[in-house]
Design a protein around this ligand. Structure first.
Ligand code: MCA
Ligand code: AMP
Length: 479
């Protein structure tokens, strides 16, 4: 008996065996894989990993990563995607916290204290296995995604197969995303955006996938897709290259998310391509909950209405209802079938994330108008920074910088940046008699220990940090 994978609907062994294949289902890193290539190689991976519970995958944008992830999804083994630019501190944390039992695919060449030695299970792109793999239970955890909080080390977000399926189906409905599409993006494969939407979404809807390696205007222009995903920085760079932007005019949908799309970029993109961008909103914890629709209004600066199965509400600081009048702001709370199961090993953080009556508190401040349209005003906390679409906690960077002998005090904040949305800036108070503060040294320290995308782009030496009467740093004054 052969069972079609319920999660990865397009990888249908019966259709593939009939010769009803798609020869260019996935193009990535110089490889072109048909559906049968992906299915055969991933089933071979599934056989190899099936006795593990949880494996780590270095999430490089490669065919190996795609086959590794699909193999785990077939087998019901949890994937822990590891950012390829992780330094030793980040790597040690992700591996120990997640309890990953092996590397699936190549292990990173990073040495350091506290990094567990794990066995390596190879991923062979040319292996083929056509055994039937029973469909895992929908409650199984598909992914542990590490994401930053305001303080401390990143937390592991547990996303079940059920949540992934519901989240993808809601987007397929809102965007009319189907096997007629060719999806193009060049986003990293360790977040919801690039990995779950950008890879699993393509294999569930049956759209072809072209991963461009990096999300450059040139690569997007050359890809000739129908559906494009990008973070706002990608679209900002796109409109600066008018010829590349115009080359997208044959597409069906340009989708922006992970951070606010500046209104001038929205307008310019529409002028250059003739397409009105779709903006959508989500979090690692919730997948995507709000979006404008293919058949609805697309209003610059607004992220649309709840996708299928999602409900939203706004609450003020006292927990009172905030009216949906398009002006009153409150903290956005959501519920729906695509929400996570909690933070791994963090029962308190998990409990704090939900209200007593079962709503997830996003930490984003928003308004909702009378028609149900949502606008994200910003984050409640200045300690969560969004830079280039990456979520970075000020606290984790401050902890690393305080380890440098020149740094007496430090505050990290996100300052407005026309390219990255927010630029990570470290305000450093040096020791009077300590070594000189060398900006590049501090930037390298963070890039090396945590990850390159968490590095401050700027270091400012200050005499003191603005503090309130309680001694707490006033980051709003730094911004
Ligand atoms: C620069 N480089 C360095 C250093 N500085 N390497 C080592 N040490 C340094 N100090 C290298 C980098 O490794 C990289 O090399 C190259 O220089 C450029 O890096 P960088 O300047 O950091 O990149 P960028 O051009 O500024 O990046 C812009 C970007 C990126 C491409 C848009 O920010 C990006 O990919 N963002 C996507 C984030 C994302 O997907 N977020 C989704 C999460 P090399 O070229 O070799 O790599 S949000 C989510 O999932 C929710 C649910 C949602 O709503 O979507
Ligand atoms: P992450 O967990 O990395 O996905 O980051 C989630 C955060 O990204 C949200 O809490 C928002 O602050 C932000 N975000 C995602 N999409 C949007 C959007 N379209 N507009 C504004 N902020 C967004």
């Amino acid at each position: 008996m052969i069972v079609v994978s319920a999660l990865l609907r397009s990888l249908n062994p019966i259709a593939v065996a009939r010769g009803d294949d798609v020869p260019d289902a996935v193009r990535i890193d110089g490889h072109t894989l048909s559906r049968s290539d992906v299915l055969g190689a991933a089933t071979a991976v599934a056989a190899r990993v099936s006795r593990a519970d949880r494996v780590a995958v270095v999430a490089t944008p490669t065919a190996t990563t795609v086959v590794a992830v699909v193999g785990c999804l077939l087998a019901g083994v949890t994937v822990v995607p590891v950012p390829p630019d992780s330094g030793p501190a980040e790597l040690a944390h992700i591996l120990t916290d997640s309890g990953a039992q092996a590397w699936l695919g190549p292990a990173p060449e990073v040495a350091g204290d506290g990094i567990p030695e794990l066995p390596v299970l190879p991923v062979r792109l040319h292996a083929r296995d056509w055994h039937h793999v029973p469909e895992p239970d929908p409650s199984r955890i598909a992914f542990v995604l590490y994401t930053s909080g305001t303080t401390g080390a990143p937390k592991g977000v547990l996303l079940s197969r059920r949540a992934v399926a519901a989240g993808l189906d809601a987007l397929a409905e809102a965007w009319d995303w189907s096997d007629r599409d060719t999806l193009v993006h060049g986003l990293p494969l360790f977040h919801v955006h690039g990995l779950i939407l950008g890879v699993v979404g393509a294999l569930r809807t049956g759209s072809r996938l072209i991963h461009t390696g990096r999300p450059t205007p040139q690569a997007y222009a050359e890809a000739g897709g129908s559906l494009y995903f990008g973070v706002p920085t990608v679209w900002t760079r796109m409109v600066e290259d008018e010829d590349c932007a115009r080359a997208l005019s044959g597409a069906r949908l340009l989708v922006s998310g992970s951070a606010p799309l500046p209104v001038p970029v929205f307008e310019r993109l529409r002028e250059l391509t003739g397409l009105t961008p779709i903006e959508r909103y989500g979090m690692s914890e919730t997948m995507l909950t709000l979006s404008t629709r293919v058949d609805g209004e697309r209003r610059p600066g607004w992220v649309g209405t709840p996708v299928a199965g999602v409900e939203t509400r706004l609450r003020d600081g006292q927990g009172r209802d905030v009216p949906h009048d398009g002006e009153s702001i409150g903290v956005l709370q959501v519920r729906g079938p695509m929400l996570f199961d909690g933070y791994l090993n963090r029962p308190e953080a998990t409990a704090e994330a939900w209200t007593d009556d079962g709503w997830f508190v996003t930490g984003d401040v928003a308004v909702i108008d009378a028609g149900g349209f949502h606008r994200i005003v910003g984050r409640e906390s200045t300690d969560l920074i969004k830079s280039g679409g990456f979520r970075v906690g000020a606290g984790e960077i401050e902890t690393v910088l305080l380890g440098h002998p020149a740094v007496r005090e430090v505050a990290v904040a996100g300052l407005p940046d026309s390219d990255l949305g927010q630029r990570i800036v470290a305000f450093v108070v040096p020791f009077d008699d300590g070594p000189e503060v060398v900006a590049d040294e501090l930037i390298e320290l963070v890039a090396g220990r945590l990850s390159v995308h968490k590095r401050p782009r700027e270091v400012r030496v200050v005499r003191s940090l603005p503090r309130n009467a309680m001694g707490k740093v006033q980051k709003k004054l730094l911004q």
